[in-house]
Write a protein that binds this ligand. Structure first.
Ligand code: KG4
Ligand code: ZN
Length: 355
């Protein structure tokens, strides 16, 4: 069909997402999160996430169908995240999708979660989602920043040509926020708390290290270093811990807001500078921001400014489409169908470390 009706299922982490699209039009995006159950552990517990998916899946599916005003019979295809993510969590969504496919006879598409974060930019029903009439910009990049990933990608074709230009070599950006928030006693998830507190602090009060920015890692435009477009956040996290210890050892009050602001500045500075550098050196003219850390006010601000200076257009989808959701899975499934690519069948297994 020209404008296929696609049901998308997402269960790679703590969000149970069911989204429905018709071609490039978003019909509904229903998400249930188990985050409340993980808060007291200070991180997502895989076993709890898996069980929560099991509880939430059918109600989330029913709500999505109801909101979109369609039935399973109307659907042309089912798309499901098959990786990367938590193995047990992925398995719930994949099993549910396979069962629906077998029961209804609808074709099933296995979807790469990271590419789906980009595919969401093709939805045309929201302002500035990155696309006009279902067409991705020609020289497109994607900056994905969340609790699980920190990557800069070049997208030549959403269906078959996505290239990884750079990524974190240790913690993901959101993970760094969460770990530093724990050090500062701000609770979990830490991103929103640090973002808020940082507004009351002085980002210049302390200078935290920017990982992998030394010449031996960066090289030059002609002779690129081994980590020119990569990030590292574990040294930064350690530097924050040392800093807190020093204030405590001196018996001084820990300037939590200043540390939050200075930490945030270090993260955002290095993310935006390396992403913009990678884009400039690859002729990328449009870049899509995705992942939970895309909610960060300073990241949006500084990346926006640097993109303007570099002549790059930054696309920031609405926040509910930046965080994990089923609509992005459905959107990419629809793209595959419209590109004439056949379904995956039901013999695939979830792949928690899918590249
Ligand atoms: O995309 P997401 O909902 O889930 C995955 O990790 O895939 O991202 C969650 C991450 C958490 O680490 C959270 O601390 C971070 O995004 N986050 C933020 C902000 N809001 C959420 N980090 C910085 N600033 C924020 N405003
Ligand atoms: Zn994600």
């Amino acid at each position: 069909p020209k404008q296929p009706l696609v049901l998308g299922i997402e269960s790679s982490c703590d969000e149970t997402g069911v989204g429905i699209v018709r071609g490039t039009t978003l019909l509904t995006n229903t998400v249930s999160s188990s985050m409340d159950e993980h808060v007291r552990f200070g991180g997502v517990i895989p076993e709890i996430a898996s069980r929560a998916h099991l509880d939430a899946f059918v109600p989330t599916l029913q709500e999505a169908l109801h909101e979109a005003g369609v039935t399973l019979e109307d659907v042309d295809a089912i798309a499901v995240t098959s990786g990367p993510g938590l193995a047990g969590a992925l398995m719930v969504g994949v099993c549910a999708a396979k069962a629906l496919s077998v029961a209804t006879g609808k074709p099933l598409y296995a979807i790469n979660h990271l590419v789906a974060h980009v595919g969401v930019g093709l939805l045309d029903s929201k302002p500035d989602a990155g696309a006009a009439a279902g067409q991705l910009p020609q020289n497109l990049g994607a900056l994905l920043v969340s609790g699980g990933h920190t990557e800069i990608l070049r997208i030549r074709s959403i269906t078959d040509d996505v290239e990884l230009l750079g990524s974190t070599i240790d913690d993901a950006a959101g993970e760094a926020y969460d770990k530093v928030a724990r050090i500062l006693g701000l609770g979990y998830p830490g991103g929103p708390a640090i973002d808020k507190l940082a507004r009351q602090g002085n980002p210049k009060s302390i200078r935290f290290p920017r990982g992998l920015t030394q010449p031996k890692y960066m090289g030059t435009a002609e002779e690129k270093g081994p980590h020119r477009y990569d990030w590292s956040f574990s040294g930064l996290k350690t530097a924050v811990a040392r800093c807190v210890e020093q204030f405590e050892a001196r018996g001084e009050e820990v300037p939590v807001a200043d540390i939050a602001a200075a930490f945030q500045e270090a993260v955002v500075d290095v993310i935006s500078s390396k992403a913009v550098l990678a884009c400039k050196e690859h002729g990328i003219t449009d870049v899509l921001l995705g992942g939970g850390v895309a909610a960060n006010s300073r990241l949006r601000e500084l990346t926006g400014q640097r993109c303007v200076s570099a002549g790059i257009k930054l696309h920031v989808p609405p926040l509910d489409l930046c965080t994990d959701n089923g609509a992005m899975v459905a959107a990419l499934g629809a793209q595959l169908i419209m590109a004439g690519i056949g379904p995956s069948g039901i013999a695939f297994a979830p792949d928690s470390s899918m590249p």
